[in-house]
Design a protein around this ligand. Sequence first.
Ligand code: SF4
Length: 149
Amino acid sequence: MKKIALSACLLGESCRYDGTDNRNDFLLSLLDGNEIVPFCPEDFAFGTPRPTMDLVKQDKDIRALSNETGEDLSDPVIAYAKAFFDSHPDIDLFIGKDRSPSCGVCSARVYDSDKNLISSDAAGLMAAEAIKRGIPAKDAEDYTKDEEV
Ligand code: SF4
């Protein structure tokens, strides 16, 4: 049995920016029998519903900026990620919702300051923290057929 950190919206929690979910029954069936630890940094930091945000490259850094106000929203997400992994040091696998600026593992979009798309295979802010800690990490969309997690 593995201990798996999973984006809460994939479990069916209505924590997306618009109050909907990304429930993925196929993935959940693959995860059956494992210990699931759900997380949602954006719901924790900003509540639901909330404005969307995009990853924007600034010098060497990638930051999450509000699409409504332009405010830099990165720090609360990063703080949540650090606290989450500190309190769960034995996570075996991180599965994030693909394309999310927080949870996407190899699928988050990054823009330049003029809103031009410059990458579609970046890590979101929480996924980046998992990768930094050496935790194996995958996007939910990578599970497309019956395979072991
Ligand atoms: S992708 Fe991540 S931040 Fe977005 S709703 Fe799902 S768990 Fe929350």
